[in-house]
Design a binder for this molecule. Structure first.
Ligand SMILES: *Cc1c(COP(=O)(O)O)cnc(C)c1O
Length: 360
């Protein structure tokens, strides 16, 4: 019997993914050239569907990399000459900051305890920071930064770039891409696909800066620099031989999501999240980890486990209903559960999970 994965990535596959991969083999996409018209058509289709789904302007490049982790590095290499600024409240936002330090930038951070989030009003951006790094959904702690707060932060700091790590929530956050400069995600989280593809959305202002940096210091990297990515993108090509199957399937999944409608997907996500949070609130052995309701993630629900063992709960739910819940991150492995609430899991599956949790 098949399991249902409520793990925060890799995660349950979106229901149509298997068929799209089968079609991809039927179409022999594993053998086509990435310099062929067939590939250019695939790349174009995928970007068209993502533009509709996430309301991305025509002016913005949409690029593919090996992972979102790679994009952290590329962003810093291509848009930060000296200083970056990071909102850190968990393992992923911390790693983003660490990359900037490792790349010899002067990296500033504003750090919050695990489980707490950021609002614009409390953020003071260092004067010389060139890039502000925000995380829409901190997967390790289940904390979100709401799009309205991210937009306010950019409006208050118009002379700086802002990029949004939306890896574990895209396409849920309704980001205004005329306001934020860049965002990234990888496909094995909220898009419900096998891992191995990062997606990077970038505006032309960032390209301009990267071009300047390339001319003056030539420190923007090699094949995945913004000048190289934009140049190839102009003809719907990629600098290297890319993950053609992944790019094809992402376009198909985005098309399927567009058929459902982004508003419906967002509403369903919020409804399922509400069910999970309400259940945890009422439960006598669970407790919602993130105290401020406005900072609670809509796509990764994190709960503390009281009295019982988190490891045993995960085992029991798997034995009883074949559903796999994520464990707490790092030091929280024994005391927390992380329940991914991505579009791939239905309302009915969430209800079934709640029933199973009720019985442990
Ligand atoms: C998973 C994750 C990443 C890293 O994604 P990879 O595909 O492993 O590179 C980055 N940021 C957040 C918030 C994540 O959840």
């Amino acid at each position: 019997m098949r399991k249902t994965y409520f793990t925060p990535g890799p995660a349950e596959l979106f229901p149509t993914v298997e068929k799209h991969y089968k079609d991809a083999f039927e179409l022999q996409l594993g053998s086509i050239s990435h310099r062929s018209q067939s590939f250019r058509d695939i790349y174009k289709h995928t970007t068209e569907q993502l533009r509709i789904l996430m309301n991305i302007p025509e002016t913005h490049g949409i690029f593919f990399t090996g992972s979102a982790t790679e994009i952290w590095e590329r962003l810093i290499q291509n848009t930060v000459e000296h200083e970056s600024f990071h909102l850190v409240n968990g393992s992923f936002s911390k790693k983003f900051y660490d990359f900037s330090v490792e790349l010899n930038k002067y990296a500033h951070k504003l750090e919050k305890p695990f489980g707490e989030g950021f609002d614009n009003a409390e953020i003071v951006v260092p004067e010389y920071a060139e890039l502000i790094c925000a995380t829409a959904n901190e997967t390790s702690s289940g904390v979100q930064m709401r799009p309205a707060e991210i937009h306010k932060l950019k409006r208050a700091n118009k002379d700086k770039f802002i990029c949004v790590d939306m890896v574990s929530s895209a396409p849920h956050p309704d980001l205004d891409f005329n306001t934020v400069d860049s965002a990234m995600f990888s496909v094995q989280k909220s898009f419900g696909m096998p891992a191995g593809l990062g997606c990077w959305i970038v505006n032309p202002a960032m390209l301009e800066k990267a071009e300047r940096m390339k001319t003056h210091e030539n420190q923007v990297g090699t094949y995945h620099s913004l000048p190289s990515l934009f140049k190839n993108f102009a003809k719907y090509e990629t600098p290297e031989t890319p993950n053609i199957l992944g790019i094809y399937v992402l376009g198909k999944v985005a098309e399927d999501m567009n058929a459902i409608g982004i508003d419906t997907i967002r509403k369903q996500t919020e409804k399922k999240a509400k069910m999970l949070y309400e259940f945890a609130d009422k439960s006598d052995f669970l407790e919602v980890f993130v105290k401020n309701p406005e900072h609670r993630s809509q796509t990764v629900v994190v709960v503390n486990v009281k009295e019982k063992s988190a490891v045993n709960i995960i085992k029991q739910v798997q034995n009883d209903v074949n559903m796999v819940i994520g464990s707490g991150y790092g030091d929280f492995k024994d005391t927390q559960l992380r329940i991914a609430n991505f579009p791939a899991v239905s309302l009915g599956q969430v209800e079934k999970l709640i029933e199973a949790l009720r019985k442990v």
